[in-house]
Design a protein around this ligand. Structure first.
Ligand SMILES: Nc1ncnc2c1ncn2[C@@H]1O[C@H](COP(=O)(O)OP(=O)(O)OP(=O)(O)O)[C@@H](O)[C@H]1O
Length: 328
């Protein structure tokens, strides 16, 4: 164990699903996460980006301890969570909370939202009813809702308000780590900014460590310290957020960044179109798995998978050609 291990890490994480595929519905093995290493330091906000189907949610659930990997391990403060004694494992489970795209699906439609937010506090035990109610009301206020909202049912709220309720419920467990899976993708642009600002405020107020999953890089740009770009189950680039946007080192990141309207509209920006669809994770391409869609690919890319290498200080990319394509 290193002297100061990251708060949360994943070592060579791998997850496959057996699915039926093809006209005769034969079963096949779908590789969702394929040997991912990730480290999240205490207090850090890490973004996980990539198109739909790249394995981001699977990685998030594994890191949150909600799904077991088939290979590799998740470590909390340097210790593998599967080998923690039951009480410590339970502590990890409570202190690592996930926020989902639509918290509506995880809220009981017949439960008043005040009771939903109070539930983790009741399960924790040790507090009087009055103390639990006071905490619940404080949490409602913290996320920008009012005391009178406590008596309403989930279907009486807008998408943005539901996301606020989801955040309040997650905070009720006094989490250390929040993993937010597409927390704003179902919301209007104006509401997205409010929820991102709320997450940022909660992060500093509650000293949180966060992972934010989004297919939209613009969501991650201002809130994350570091961004990991995933493609077909692997990390193809990992960089400090500002550096990723200015000095990306992978053609896939280049294409994702070019797809952000404000950035691609900048003078001098060359439009980069991501050709074709994401290949099936049932048949991952040989060599560099991005090569069939890469406008720079050469023979080496078709045959040899590139390693994730440090190109600059703390900036990693898995591309044979990055030094030639993105010099300087
Ligand atoms: N329980 C499951 N059973 C079978 N396949 C699954 C399961 N969960 C995920 N997958 C598959 O694993 C791959 C990665 O899915 P995942 O949801 O992790 O990706 P994602 O990048 O989060 O995309 P999205 O934003 O659409 O959820 C996809 O091909 C998906 O269909």
């Amino acid at each position: 164990m290193t002297p100061n291990p990251p708060l949360l890490s994943g070592i060579k994480l791998r997850k496959q699903f057996r699915v039926s595929a093809g006209p005769a519905s034969q079963t096949g093995l779908l590789t969702s996460v394929d040997g991912v290493d990730v480290e999240i330091a205490r207090g850090e906000t890490v973004g996980i980006a990539g198109e739909s189907g790249c394995g981001k949610s699977t990685l998030g659930k594994i890191l949150a301890g909600l799904m077991s990997p088939d290979g590799g391990e998740v470590r909390y403060c340097g210790r593998a969570i599967h080998s923690l004694p039951p009480a410590e494992r339970e502590r990890f489970r409570r202190r690592t909370q996930m926020i989902f795209q639509d918290p509506f699906s995880s809220l009981n439609p017949r439960m008043r939202i005040g009771d939903s937010i109070a539930e983790p506090l009741i399960i924790d035990g040790g507090s009087s009813r009055q103390a639990i109610r006071a905490t619940m009301l404080r949490l409602l206020e913290t996320v920008g809702l009012k005391a009178e909202h406590a008596n309403r049912f989930p279907d009486e709220f807008s998408g943005g308000q539901r996301q606020r309720i989801g955040i309040a419920r997650a905070l009720a467990s006094s989490p250390e780590i929040i993993i937010a899976d597409e927390p704003v993708s179902s919301l209007d642009i104006s509401i997205q900014a409010q929820i991102i600002n709320l997450l940022q405020a909660m992060k500093s107020e509650h000293h949180l460590t966060m992972a934010i999953i989004s297919h939209d890089l613009s969501v991650l740009r201002h809130i994350c310290d570091r961004v990991l770009v995933m493609y077909l189950g692997v990390i193809v680039e990992s960089a400090p957020a500002a550096q990723l946007f200015q000095q990306y080192q992978h053609p896939y990141s280049e294409a994702l960044i070019a797809a952000i309207p404000r950035i691609s509209g900048q003078p001098g920006h060359t439009a980069v179109v991501l050709a074709g669809d994401l290949p099936s994770p049932l048949a991952i391409p040989s060599g560099c798995r991005f090569h069939p869609r890469c406008r720079y690919a050469v023979e080496l890319c078709r045959t040899t998978p590139p390693a994730l290498e440090e190109k600059r200080d703390g900036h990693f990319a898995a591309c044979h050609l990055s030094r030639d394509i993105f010099p300087g």
